[in-house]
Design a binder for this molecule. Structure first.
Ligand SMILES: [Zn+2]
Ligand SMILES: [Zn+2]
Length: 343
């Protein structure tokens, strides 16, 4: 019997490795040899103790190659490069059945390891259901493929923004999610205005293709967006920073018939003041976006496979799985983009 390593967050700031038994896949299962798994905020929250779920087999942004397939698997073959969908939906609730599985009432995590709860991407192997395994291009860099899940979240957000050709689109906050929003909005044919306090991040925005950069620490971002749009305000604004003050700014800088999309979740969730009369007279739409749908995940794999989206700049560092604790520490630093863990 051969075994493999699974990285598990056992307690606050504590990572251990469990030995798991390598099994043969069942009929509709796929054994994936993990190549890369990026660290997202979910794992950071568990590691730093903000979320208390121990032991937790973290890692939900994973990619690898198919090692073995079950008898009834048709979508992939041994040796294929794949991305895996680990933040899943139940398939049974009202929203799953009416085509909005991102609003699933249980939205569970696909468990790929028997030794601990969690998506289990910080490991050498994962046992996946075939439906959650997505084939990528043969020449894809698997460290890039690991960013399929965050890209899928942004794809869903961009679709909610309903961008038209030539629209003025503002992206507030140039973390990894803001950076992906810029690239996607450019693909949709928008003029993209990036708002950010940090000069280094504004440089990233430029590399992502932003047309106009606003340092919101130096100028009034709402006034600047109005000036750039002949007083109209933006057609679409994406707020990617968990700050109620910036949520209010996003609403204020959105023009008539425009859409404001709250991409991020807000902690703490401080209420903001909205002028009902502005919403009434402008027919402005304020909406949010949460979790990708299967379709968004598929689109993300295609965008990465065809190299229409480039995530190279957004991977700060690759760290071996054996140094998972170090990788976590690095990911928690505010100036890093994605840290990718590699078995
Ligand atoms: Zn994620
Ligand atoms: Zn559901």
């Amino acid at each position: 019997m051969s075994t493999y390593k699974v990285g598990v967050i056992e307690d606050v700031n504590k990572v251990v490795f469990f030995d798991a038994e390598k099994r043969e896949p069942g009929d509709k299962q796929v054994l994936v040899k993990v190549d890369s798994c990026a660290i997202c905020t979910l794992e950071q929250r568990v590691y730093s103790g903000v979320m208390n779920k121990y032991p937790f087999a973290g890692g939900h942004e994973a990619a690898g190659t198919v090692e073995a397939i079950g008898k009834k698997v048709k979508g992939v073959k041994v040796g294929d490069k794949v991305a895996v969908r680990l933040l899943n939906s139940c398939g049974e609730c009202y929203y799953c059945r009416n085509g909005h599985e991102n609003q699933c009432t249980t939205s569970f995590i696909a468990e790929t390891q028997e030794c601990a709860f969690g998506p289990g991407g910080f490991s050498e192997y994962m046992m996946m259901n075939a439906a959650d395994v997505y084939k990528m291009a043969d020449d894809i860099d698997l460290t890039h493929a690991a960013l399929t899940e965050p890209l899928a979240c942004c794809v869903h957000s961009i679709e909610n923004g309903k961008i038209d050709l030539g629209d003025d689109v503002v992206v507030i906050g140039i973390g990894i999610m803001g950076a992906l929003h810029i690239q996607l909005a450019k693909l949709k044919g928008a003029r993209v205005i990036a708002c950010e306090l940090d000069e280094k991040r504004l440089e990233v925005a430029k590399k992502m293709g932003a047309d106009v950069l606003i340092n919101s620490g130096k100028v009034d971002a709402v006034e600047e967006v109005k000036r750039l749009t002949d007083g109209r305000g933006a057609d679409v604004v994406f707020c990617t920073v968990p700050s109620s003050a910036l949520a209010k700014q996003s609403v204020d800088m959105t023009g008539k018939l425009g859409r404001t999309v709250f991409y991020t979740s807000f902690h703490p969730d401080n209420p903001i003041e909205i002028s009902p009369n502005k919403v009434h007279s402008s027919e402005q739409i304020i909406t949010g976006t949460v979790n990708p749908m299967k379709k968004d995940f598929l689109i993300a794999t295609r965008l990465l496979s065809s190299k229409l989206i480039d995530v190279c700049e957004l991977i700060s560092e690759c760290v071996p799985l054996s140094k998972l604790d170090l990788a976590m520490e690095k990911a928690l630093k505010p100036d890093t983009y994605r840290i990718v863990v590699r078995p």
